[in-house]
Design a protein around this ligand. Structure first.
Ligand code: HEC
Ligand code: HEC
Length: 496
């Protein structure tokens, strides 16, 4: 199979104004890390192939995630959901999208420094809790840190309208979307007619999120037979992690598939249950766990916010540990900044008390399994190495999950509906595109950033085009497709 690497450039980013996160250097740092990891694990970069007809790509041996009967996964909903996930027109301020908080570079979580909740931006405010990752979210039986939401569809409908999230007024949101002609086409493809409803927005975005499958980390490669995918330290760490007997680290008591112990590649590293570990106790004044009071409205009740039961105060849903090394800070409150610090906290059996800023109070509700572990420093480093081996570079670099760019562009009086789909398909310059609006003779040209036409061909399109850019230099371009009744532009980055 020819290989190429193509990315959707930000050429048209001025069309949609976005908030610029202050941690813009993070992607750069990540890319540096990605190239380092890629160097160590060449096979980690073999992205699963996505195609228009099959957006849900499961690694070998993984069960299909549950999908609601009234929202089967289709390519058309995936495409629409992808545009909507990055769509600032869904928000009350016209600047925020799901991706303002759920950043693909950090597995759809957000990154910042400990205790600050930085890195995430909603309309007017930062979220009160850390932004969860979204990889493998399709397998979760409950959502959010305290389980107050059950389905991906419900979650979208809430996030679009919720104060502090997108804070969108649906009447305005629907009108904004309807004003973008490309959405008429995409809603029709996905649902049969162009009507825009919250239910359809929710179904499309939920479909996009259900396809976020991450199962190609060095750990996955190791358990599927590639014994050189992990080094000896991370293998020792893995054995400690899954060892629930005396002397083991017992992490798999909770960070494991629904109680299913043992090494399986399809592990989602959470049992979707709620515990207070005592290893993430916020110590800064004005923060901490408990029912909020008029005096202290910042207290987080955890699971008790849902059950109303004080026995659930400070309990949170076990988070997945996949891609944990690239996100953080950690815990619902972002209190702990490093993985090694977390491991040291677990090794100490958690804190036995926390400082509310004024008095020292015993932790209630701590899970009885969290006890001093007696691990040596070398063993703790091994555990950290294991957590690092859960990073799936092919997931965060999968172009099918990235911002597809502006959904419509008006050029030379043409309304250009963006129905192009271009999936990662590593090659040295051959780009495969599905473009159902184009049939018959189609002119394709590649325009450089300074406006020069660097490549041009006339092809016969049957709704699919194979374009050979192998002679074109690396860089950012606009690909313009033009036939007798359709015209489209798409940003393309070439990296041979
Ligand atoms: C202001 C930042 C922000 C925005 C914008 C935002 N989210 Fe979230 N999201 C969060 C936070 C914080 C949580 C955790 C909330 C909690 O646990 O109480 C969350 C939770 C979730 C979850 C549950 C994940 C899990 O594992 O528990 C999903 C799914 C999700 N968001 C999807 C979306 C989608 C889709 C959008 C756009 C429609 C969106 N979010 C917009 C911050 C945001
Ligand atoms: C009793 C169940 C339980 C056990 C055992 C357990 N954890 Fe956790 N873990 C949790 C819960 C619950 C949280 C979320 C805690 C919070 O927000 O206060 C968590 C959070 C984490 C986080 C932060 C993840 C994030 O996204 O914020 C890491 C890392 C972690 N645990 C690693 C480990 C390791 C390593 C071990 C073994 C030494 C371990 N855990 C043992 C339940 C457990």
């Amino acid at each position: 199979m020819p290989s190429f690497s193509v990315g959707l450039s930000r050429v048209f980013s001025s069309i949609r104004s976005r908030r610029v996160a202050p941690y813009l250097l993070l992607p750069v740092a990540l890319l540096a890390m990605v190239s380092f990891v890629a160097f160590r694990h060449p096979s980690a970069l073999s992205s699963p192939a996505h195609s228009l007809s099959n957006p849900l790509v499961l690694p070998a041996g993984w069960p299909a995630p549950p999908v609601p009967a009234d929202n089967p996964i289709t390519a058309e909903k995936f495409t629409l959901g992808r545009y909507l996930f990055y769509e600032t027109a869904l928000s009350g301020d016209g600047k925020t999208s799901c991706s303002s908080c759920h950043d693909v570079y950090v597995s759809f979580a957000s990154a910042g420094s400990a205790g600050s909740h930085s890195g995430a931006f909603g309309v007017q405010s930062k979220p009160a809790r850390m932004v969860p990752r979204l990889e493998n979210v399709a397998y979760d039986t409950v959502l959010t840190w305290d389980g107050h939401i059950q389905t991906l569809e419900d979650q979208v409908a809430i996030a679009v309208q919720k104060k502090g999230d997108l804070q969108g007024d649906t009447t305005v949101v629907f009108a904004n979307l309807a004003a973008i002609p490309a959405y008429g086409v995409m809603f029709t493809r996905a649902f049969g007619d162009p009507a825009i409803t919250l239910d359809r927005i929710a179904k499309a975005i939920a479909t996009f999120e259900r396809c976020f499958i991450s199962g190609n980390s060095p750990y996955d490669q190791y358990v599927s037979g590639n014994t050189s995918a992990m080094d000896s330290s991370s293998i020792r760490g893995m054995n400690l992690f899954f060892d629930t007997t005396k002397g083991g680290a017992k992490c798999a008591e909770c960070h494991n598939n629904l109680g299913n112990q043992g090494l399986t590649s399809a592990n989602i590293f959470t049992d979707n249950n709620y515990y207070r570990t005592g290893t993430f106790e916020p110590s800064q004044p004005g923060a901490g766990y408990g029912f909020p009071t008029p005096k202290d409205s910042n207290l987080d009740a955890g699971r008790a916010a849902v059950t109303g039961d004080s026995a659930d105060i400070g309990k949170f849903r076990t988070p997945s540990l996949r891609n944990v090394a690239i996100r953080g800070p950690y815990g619902a409150d972002g209190t702990v900044g490093s993985l090694l610090q977390i491991i040291e906290n677990y090794n100490a059996g958690g804190g036995t008390s926390f400082d509310s800023g004024i008095t020292t109070i015993r932790i209630s509700n701590q899970d009885p399994r969290i006890k001093p572990l007696g691990l040596t420093s070398a063993q703790m480093l091994d555990l950290e190495a294991f957590l690092n081996s859960l990073t799936d570079v092919s997931f965060i670099s999968n172009q099918a999950f990235r911002d597809p760019g502006a959904p419509s562009i008006v050029e030379d009086g043409y309304v250009i509906a963006n129905n192009l789909s271009l999936y990662p398909n590593p090659s040295t310059g051959v780009v495969n595109i599905e473009c159902p609006d184009f049939t018959g003779s189609t002119n394709a040209s590649l325009i450089s950033e300074n406006g020069a036409t660097v490549w041009r061909q006339t092809l016969n399109s049957d709704g699919k085009l194979r374009l050979d850019f192998s002679g074109v230099a690396n860089g950012s371009y606009r690909l313009v497709l033009h036939s007798s009744d359709a015209r489209q532009t798409i940003p393309i980055v070439l990296q041979h």
